[in-house]
Design a protein. Structure first.
Length: 70
């Protein structure tokens, strides 16, 4: 069984859109202190995708942060 739920990843998609300066600064500090490197998350996704075909990956969900806008 594998469960990958990285929480906050250290990417620019979360934080810059926060309008309150103090909250944005706190969020950015927290992200730097507690977030995962997105490469570590990508490595785990690649591992799951490389498993033998006999193994069944029932669900793989990649969901962007809803606050992030391209």
């Amino acid at each position: 069984m594998s469960l990958l739920s990285p929480g906050v990843t250290n990417t620019p998609g979360f934080g810059p859109c926060i309008r309150d300066d103090e909250l944005r600064a706190r969020s950015e500090r927290n992200k730097k202190r507690n977030s995962l490197d997105p490469r570590a998350v990508a490595e785990q996704v690649c591992y799951l995708l490389s498993l033998e075909p006999e193994l069944c990956v029932d669900e793989l969900v990649v969901q962007p942060n809803p606050a992030w806008k391209a």
